[in-house]
Design a protein around this ligand. Sequence first.
Ligand code: SF4
Ligand code: ZN
Ligand code: ZN
Length: 301
Amino acid sequence: MRCSVCGRAAVIKLRHANLRLCPEHLVTRVEKEVAGAIRRFRMFSPEERVLVAISGGKDSLALWHILAKLGYQADGLYIDLGIEEYSTRSRQVSEDFARGQGLTLHVLSLKEELGATLDELTRLARGKTCSLCGTVKRYLMNRAAWEGGYQALATGHNLDDEAATLLGNVLRWDEGYLTRQYPVLPGEGKLVRKVKPLVFLSEREMAAYCLITGIRYLYEDCPHAEGARSIVFKGVLNQLEDRYPATKISFLRQFLKVRNRFRPPEPVVLQDCPSCGMPTAADGLCRFCRLKERVSHGTPA
Ligand code: SF4
Ligand SMILES: [Zn+2]
Ligand SMILES: [Zn+2]
């Protein structure tokens, strides 16, 4: 198998892009795609500061590495959720990476911020782990970005993640979620702009990129991911992709072309939470502060 660009030995075949690439040209392609997505969707400029949400997995570490390599001012944020040994290992990998690359990593501990780890919160809230996790992570990431003076918050969602999310949204015809599924969500007030620069890169490409560039990441998934709907959707999409290459990329790209046809939800009026000062649609305490109050009283969420 020969590289489509230079004719040397190829190490990966990307059927969806009709390419076979050697290590050098895989790296070039990934970095070009990231730079192109940032430009095309006006995610951020070199003058702006970016906070990258770091999980210890391949996507977030590779994204951080690429942004730094492209000359962007990118710091990392790791949230220690307190999920048994998984959090210990993912934190270690993230800290080692930051140290090795000379990058700044901020670390927040859910136990310190909320008074409970995710495992303790789950017991209190009777099993809604991923939904609670989403709530606390979104809140802490946005607050950290806002308080740290960052203009954008970047996450490592890749093509496989976005296609699976889109499939879930389409199966429910959820117009609100469909109109919000976009590589960049503008900021407003204390809500910091959200960006996804890996949106057109597949999981295989990101894993290969890490292997070639020597990025050591955590291979294991969060124990709570097992049985998640997104995993099932990814499996279905992989079967389709095997049979009909480029299914995922065209599903996502075509959606982005027609997305404006969906009706956005009525805009909600946000007000400042009386406790933490962050924006909330609720009348009174924000969801995070309500959870915190319940944790301190030991009552179910
Ligand atoms: S899988 Fe783990 S990290 Fe992901 S949302 Fe669920 S609890 Fe959080
Ligand atoms: Zn090549
Ligand atoms: Zn609050």
